[in-house]
Design a binder for this molecule. Structure first.
Ligand code: ZN
Length: 196
């Protein structure tokens, strides 16, 4: 089933696409910011207004790992992957049943993918891989995810002190780092992917 549409209404852009929810953060008192990997547009983030209100219809459809069809609007030409507003979400694939460990490891992949993948670069291989991870059909490790994107921890060392093997990856700089340097440089948790 191919669901894709791009509609321009006045100065806003509306898109409908299949997506996987990689993560969700609180934004203000009632809103959420969600991070999506979409089939047609790659990684995007969008604001879900009032998603944290009990009455929100969106809330149930924007939990991490959900595979859903979404509608987004954006003002103007915000095609760099930001500035979107989530207007509709429909979970079309019931969540796969997995044990807690499977779900935890899929969540770790979604979280790592969220910081590793650049915005608005669609890629079918990445889409299929992430969809299978979220559907609990692919049980890859973070180490394998890094390798998928060309960062192999096995042949890498800490960028700062050359210790090997490295325990962390810094997605912003594409550096590997050891635990000691992460502590010494006081690099925040959010900027790190733990190699597991
Ligand atoms: Zn080091």
């Amino acid at each position: 089933m191919e669901i894709i549409s791009i509609i321009y209404i006045d100065m806003s852009l509306e898109i409908t696409t299949e997506a996987i929810v990689l993560g969700k953060e609180d934004a203000g008192e009632y809103d959420s910011r969600i991070f999506l990997y979409t089939k047609d547009f790659g990684k995007l983030s969008a604001k879900a207004t009032s998603a944290r209100k009990i009455t929100s219809k969106l809330a149930a459809h924007i939990e991490p790992l959900l595979h859903t069809t979404i509608r987004l609007v954006s003002r103007g030409d915000a095609f760099e992957g930001r500035g979107f507003q989530l207007t509709d979400a429909l979970t079309e694939h019931p969540s796969s049943k997995g044990d807690q460990a499977e779900v935890r490891s899929a969540l770790a992949i979604a979280e790592a993918a969220k910081s590793l993948i650049p915005d608005a670069v669609p890629d079918q291989e990445t889409w299929s891989m992430l969809r299978d991870v979220c559907d609990l059909k692919n049980h890859m490790s973070v180490r394998e995810l890094l390798r998928f994107f060309g960062f192999d921890p096995e042949f890498s060392a800490c960028e700062f002190c050359s210790a090997a093997p490295p325990q962390y990856f810094l997605p912003k700089n594409h550096f590997f780092s050891c635990r000691t340097c992460v502590l010494n440089l006081q690099i925040g948790r959010k900027e790190l992917i733990e190699v597991r």
